[in-house]
Design a protein around this ligand. Structure first.
Ligand SMILES: [Zn+2]
Length: 246
């Protein structure tokens, strides 16, 4: 039970959600605490079941909108890698940010889901990285990057050397990695509104999903899925009336 308590504490960091709301209800990816039950686990998770702007989605027909490029002010700033029982997360020190239409969001952490949560044109990818950013008022912007089995990934290789095998464990990183090295060279992206993909599933999240995947090897993918022990992707949610800009 001790490990579970630590894992839930880390979930608060993962989602950047308010953790003092009295709800620390355990959730998971299968069985009685699986995604189809999240909305009923705790009052603060209700929107997981009732929201109309939930993530992830299948990114299909987009509206051509001449999106402004995202400015990535990333530099080497990783501090630690942790296993919170739901994902493997890499934390960042202050000083990394993106600028989207003149608005700055600071990078807090990135983490992974296998298989991917968002789909692109009906296609699922073996892994998806989420770079979680928050502006000064707490509004979130998540950059999603798909990883496909097309070769070894040097950054992933370096990170996985320190990947904690057990939920609740955290390893300090002996070096700092530039998150930009995990981004595709082509930074064209899809933009849409969505939510956290984990409880409490809060909406109002700006999603920015890169169109181009980056490489990961089969062995690197297997190292991740072995540590997680189960798929850690929320199923696709209804798009409803949301436009997808591209
Ligand atoms: Zn995520």
């Amino acid at each position: 039970m001790k490990i579970k308590a630590i894992a839930l504490g880390a979930t608060c960091l993962l989602t950047l959600a308010a953790c003092g709301d009295g709800s620390h209800a355990h959730w998971g990816y299968s069985g009685s605490t699986g995604p189809d039950k999240w909305g009923k686990i705790a009052p603060s998770y209700k929107i997981c079941g009732t929201g109309r702007n939930q993530s992830p989605i299948d990114i299909t027909t987009g509206i051509r909108a001449a999106l402004e490029p995202i400015t990535f002010n990333y530099e080497a700033g990783t501090t630690a890698i942790l296993n919170n029982g739901h994902t493997i997360q890499v934390n960042y020190e202050a000083g990394n940010s993106i600028v989207l239409n003149g608005h700055e969001y600071e990078l807090k952490q990135f983490h992974f889901h296998a298989p991917s949560e968002n789909h692109i044109d009906g296609k699922s990818y073996p892994l998806e990285a989420h770079f979680v950013h928050a502006d000064k008022d707490g509004h979130l912007a998540v950059v999603g990057v798909m990883l496909a089995e097309s070769g070894s990934n040097a950054v992933i290789g370096k990170l996985w050397e320190h990947m904690p095998a057990n939920a609740g464990d955290k390893n300090e990183l002996p070096w700092k990695i530039d998150g930009e090295l995990l981004l595709p060279n082509d930074r064209s992206y899809y933009r849409f509104n969505g939510s956290l993909t984990t409880p409490p599933c809060s909406e109002g999240v700006t999603w920015l999903v890169m169109k181009t995947p980056v490489a990961i090897s089969s062995a690197q993918l297997e190292a991740f899925t072995t540590v997680m022990g189960e798929d850690n992707n929320r199923p696709l949610q209804a798009i409803n009336a949301r436009p997808i800009l591209m």
